[in-house]
Write a protein that binds this ligand. Structure first.
Ligand SMILES: Cc1cc2nc3c(=O)[nH]c(=O)nc-3n(C[C@H](O)[C@H](O)[C@H](O)COP(=O)(O)OP(=O)(O)OC[C@H]3O[C@@H](n4cnc5c(N)ncnc54)[C@H](O)[C@@H]3O)c2cc1C
Length: 381
């Protein structure tokens, strides 16, 4: 990996010490997840043993686990826990619908923007709550939802920094980093795309990570002791929406000779892969894109571990280059991915056969302006 992909990563090429790629690891993580206690412990940060979060997100992000499969897997658990967990799966589904309707416009504040932004970068390493979270982000490539909110809130709500730089920072390190959930999370936490900002303050740290504040050098003069003051904001217009949701049935133009795998859908159950068990599959490490993104090496190791496992069960080619060039002479079967990057590449490659994205809730024309509005619309389906 260092030889072929080393020039594309930020930092060294090494995997996450706690999360491995591959279908086996995904299946094992799902089987061993116990939903009991999830509702009470989902937001716990420290000690790690108290956490109720499933840590399934990298597998969900890359399509190794479909949301429907995860939804079904918790059936029969305690009602309150199952409901809370499934609510979170619906947040993931909402993020995907939201992104498919906003596309690149999701990079701009949706409801209001900060009147002025402040310079500066990073998080104060002398604050235990922030430093522990940053260390976990960079070391493991994963964070519980609670510490994601602390870091995003500290960045923009407390320090008035441009949220996009913080979002990019997360995206570079998270194994589950997706523009859909990451941008939604930042827009929601900072209040730029939600009803009000979330203000991180000491009481949340004391509640979710008991003991940290006592061991912090700021314990007697905590900079986040009180609720932050609201920063002046300016309302903005909701942008013009697009539609990247894709087909609702298989679209066939000609006979395929290769299954094109994308980073959105790398599971053994990828619909295009499952429909053509005898065809070779091809994945392209998108060199121009990766050169721009400079992701942490952990994500590329995660993807490679996944591909290597897949290569044990069927013929697989791994390319490095521009997908539009690498796959130009192929007749491709592919699963639609509801993201702008897929749209542009598929427009150039004109796949022979496109399978619909495996939605948990089929796309509807209703509002995606808030989770509750979207949910009402999708319940009617
Ligand atoms: C600032 C910020 C950035 C985020 N960036 C991402 C990201 O890049 N990728 C990502 O998948 N999630 C992101 N999230 C959402 C959420 O924090 C993670 O999905 C969750 O922490 C993953 O851990 P888990 O698998 O243990 O989740 P669990 O609590 O076990 O939940 C199960 C699954 O539900 C989904 N889920 C849970 N909470 C959310 C949520 N708030 N929004 C969307 N889906 C959710 C995930 O697929 C998760 O794997 C972000 C949240 C915030 C506040």
């Amino acid at each position: 990996m260092a030889e072929h992909l080393g020039h594309l990563v930020g930092g060294t090429v090494a995997g996450s010490p706690s999360i491995r790629g591959g279908q086996h690891s995904a299946d094992a993580a799902l089987v061993s997840f116990d939903v009991r206690g999830y509702a009470a412990r989902r937001n716990e940060v420290s000690p790690v043993e108290r956490r109720g979060a499933s840590q399934l997100s990298p597998y969900i992000r890359h399509g190794l686990l479909a949301l429907g499969e995860v939804w079904d897997a918790v059936a029969g658990g305690p009602g309150r826990d199952v409901q809370k967990f499934r609510d979170e799966l619906l947040w993931q589904e909402y993020a995907r619908h939201w992104y498919a309707r906003l596309g690149p416009a999701s990079a701009e504040p949706l409801r209001r923007r900060l009147a002025t932004t402040e310079p500066g970068d990073g998080w104060d390493p002398t604050m235990r709550c922030l430093n522990e979270a940053v260390a976990e982000l960079e070391h493991d490539g994963w964070l519980v939802n609670q510490t994601r909110m602390w870091l995003a809130s500290d960045w923009t709500v407390r320090h008035g920094r441009n949220w996009r730089r913080g979002e990019d920072r997360f995206f570079r390190h998270l194994l589950d980093g997706s523009r859909a959930a990451n941008r939604l999370g930042w827009q929601w936490t900072t209040g730029l795309g939600s009803a009000k900002p979330y203000g991180v303050s000491r009481w949340q740290v004391e509640k979710r990570a008991p003991g940290w504040c006592q061991q912090c050098s700021h314990r007697d003069a905590c900079p986040i002791e009180d609720w932050p003051d609201e920063r002046p904001m300016v309302s903005v217009e909701w942008p013009r929406e697009v539609d990247l949701t894709g087909p609702d049935r298989v679209v066939v133009h000609r006979e395929p000779d290769t299954v094109w795998l994308t980073a959105e859908s790398l599971g053994n159950n990828d619909p295009a892969l499952a429909a053509h068990p005898k065809l070779p599959a091809a994945f392209v490490f998108d060199e121009p894109l990766l050169a721009r993104l400079r992701l942490d090496g952990k994500r590329l190791v995660f993807l490679t571990e996944t591909l290597v496992e897949l290569a044990e069960v069927r013929p697989l080619e791994i390319h490095l280059g521009d997908p539009v060039v690498e796959l130009a002479d192929r007749s491709l079967a592919v699963t639609h991915a509801p993201v702008p990057g897929f749209e542009t590449r598929a427009a150039a490659l004109t796949p022979a056969e496109t399978h619909p994205w495996p939605w948990l809730r089929p796309p509807r024309p209703g509002s995606v302006r808030s989770f509750s509005a979207w949910r009402k619309g999708s319940n009617r389906s």
